[in-house]
Design a protein around this ligand. Structure first.
Ligand SMILES: C[S@@+](CC[C@H](N)C(=O)[O-])C[C@H]1O[C@@H](n2cnc3c(N)ncnc32)[C@H](O)[C@@H]1O
Length: 198
């Protein structure tokens, strides 16, 4: 079953010229929760290889832009065609301000599909994922505009549930979702948080 799902979305992404099957997770989230609008300024944390960029960049035209960060080297050639995309090779743990990304103001939307390198040890991977999630939440006061939206991938764990519960009061709406294209073996889910109370 896991492989059937993988094959279907993997092939679909290839046919539709998306660089990763993750595109269908964001598409489902956006269709359901209406996250991305034209002219939005968006930051995509852990963008590589870039299917979310491919989805977002055309939707925020004509005035909007997408800033992508990843620890992996930038594939300049691939995104040279997307004029409203700016990429940085950075570890999120080293980012302290929007100025570190060449920006002056916070973003309308923060997206994070970041996933740590998995060790295979469940408790270690859960902790690594949670520290990425905690880092994103700690950056929100400087990264996200008032009333802005956050979409973030989280690995299931009791600690993550406790942490997220504490964060709920920072947004008007808080939704959990496991997109249909998620592999059946995966322990990930997405938090969609709308209306940042700043
Ligand atoms: C599942 S992939 C993202 C796929 C992407 N959303 C797409 O649609 O193509 C997760 C990415 O998170 C990045 N990542 C993990 N830890 C990071 C960190 N500390 N800082 C920046 N990026 C990180 C990884 O390098 C990896 O490329």
């Amino acid at each position: 079953m896991a492989f059937k799902v993988k094959d279907h979305y993997f092939k679909k992404a290839k046919q539709e010229n998306f660089v990763a099957r993750s595109i269908y997770k964001l598409e489902e989230i956006d269709k359901k929760f209406k996250i991305i609008s034209k002219n939005n300024k968006v930051v995509d944390l852990g963008y590589y290889p870039g299917s979310w960029l491919q989805y977002v960049a055309p939707r925020v035209l004509p005035e909007g832009k997408v800033v992508g960060i990843d620890i992996k080297p930038i594939n300049e050639k691939m995104f040279a065609k997307l004029k409203n995309v700016q990429l940085w090779q950075k570890d999120i743990m080293d980012v302290q301000s929007v100025a570190d990304l060449g920006e002056e103001e916070p973003f309308d939307i923060v997206l994070s599909d970041m996933a740590p390198n998995t060790s295979g040890v469940k408790s270690v991977d859960q902790l690594r994922s949670l520290s990425l999630v905690e880092m994103v939440f700690s950056l929100l006061p400087i990264f996200l505009k008032k009333n802005g939206h956050l979409v973030i991938k989280v690995f299931e764990s009791n600690e993550a549930q406790v942490f997220l519960k504490e964060q709920k009061k920072r947004f008007k709406e808080f939704h959990y979702l496991r997109p249909k294209s998620t592999r059946s073996t995966s322990k990930e889910f997405f938090l969609v948080a709308k209306g940042f109370l700043a």
